[in-house]
Write a protein that binds this ligand. Structure first.
Ligand code: SAM
Ligand code: SF4
Length: 311
């Protein structure tokens, strides 16, 4: 089992399989990857890293990007991971544009659940946010994922000041009507600070309103995220990492960048550990295990001690 020096047990690996994307969301944090890289891990390399992770007690894998469905071998990647003993949860976060074509194959390969990013139900706003005329395709992808029995299908909605904060009610209705969970996400600081200043909004007020309507509240172990069940059974979950010490203290995740580096924290880039280079130089699994152990040693809660940053 991997436990960091703050007592946090690492159970989850979030793997970026590519930095490429067919959208250009103006707010994108690119999973905290600062340097553009065209190097991508091969399916067998991803499988090997996950095998080592599983041998150390990691049992959940989330695939992300860039856009994971841009990889021609994404079904093979899911299939390889799904055969690894000890991995009991495989999920993906996607922009949904290609999901209609992939949902059935992904399900057959072993994908269990999916998060689809959709910030608005308005096609014009969608184009303004993503730079792409793809609203209809994403909606079709979501419906196909539900029909393919990827369970649950969550819709990720990043709240952006002046753009979509007035759409929460309609998104809840959309979630209820289509058997989705709505995940409301606070805008995290991306690379460009001016964008953050302009569009960030503290979502505490939105959460308070939902809390008042809730008949049940669940606190998830990951990040202590709160999930509210409304009287019509719709579930609404909140992801509020910014300045949230609770979020960081309950983070059980390590990240793997698209070019094969272990990344102990979304918000930091000065403590990465390369695993792909050593794999390509022919190291054995014990060497890779030690790299995981070192990456976990480097984990520090980013928001800590009354919101002071740890350097
Ligand atoms: N391309 C895929 C997608 O959009 O779902 C996967 C990668 S994307 C970086 C993963 C998730 O991060 C998406 O749900 C996206 O909305 C969210 N995201 C991106 N930038 C963000 C930011 N600055 N703050 C909060 N969430 C963000
Ligand atoms: Fe970023 Fe995902 Fe949007 Fe692509 S689709 S720009 S990876 S948030």
């Amino acid at each position: 089992m991997l436990r960091d020096s703050f007592g946090r047990i690492i159970k989850n690996i979030r793997i970026s399989v590519t930095q490429r994307c067919n959208f250009r969301c103006f707010y994108c944090h690119r999973e905290g990857e600062e340097n553009p890289s065209y190097c991508e891990m091969l399916p067998e390399e991803i499988e090997r890293i996950v095998r080592v992770a599983a041998s150390l007690g990691i049992n959940e894998v989330k695939l992300t990007g860039g856009e994971p469905l841009l990889r021609d071998d994404i079904v093979e990647i899911v299939d390889r991971i799904s055969r690894i003993p000890g991995i009991n949860d495989i999920s993906m976060t996607t922009n949904g544009f290609f999901l209609e074509d992939y949902a059935d194959d992904l399900k057959r390969a072993g994908l269990m659940r999916v998060n689809v990013s959709l910030d608005t139900l308005d096609p014009e706003k969608f184009k303004m946010i993503t730079g792409v005329d793809g609203h209809e395709s994403v909606i079709r992808g979501i419906i196909k994922a539900v029909n393919a029995n990827l369970k649950p299908v969550k819709v990720n909605m990043v709240i952006l000041r002046g753009i979509n904060e007035d759409e929460v009610s309609s998104m809840i209705t959309f979630a209820r009507d289509n058997n989705l969970i709505l995940q409301i996400i606070e805008f995290e600081r991306p690379r460009i600070d001016a964008v953050y200043q302009r569009y960030h909004i503290d979502i505490a007020d939105i959460e308070d309103k939902i809390k008042k309507r809730a008949v049940k509240t669940t606190v998830r172990s990951m990040h202590h995220r709160r999930k509210y069940t409304l009287d019509d059974h719709t579930e609404v979950e909140f992801v509020r990492p910014m300045h949230n010490t609770d979020f960081c203290l309950h983070c059980s995740r390590i990240r793997l960048t698209s070019d094969g580096k272990l990344k102990p924290c979304l918000f930091k880039n000065d403590n990465l550990i390369d695993v792909l280079g050593p794999i390509r130089r022919g190291v054995d699994d014990n060497y890779l295990k030690d790299l995981f152990i070192e990456a976990v040693k480097r984990r520090r809660p980013y928001f800590y001690n009354n919101n002071l940053y740890l350097s």
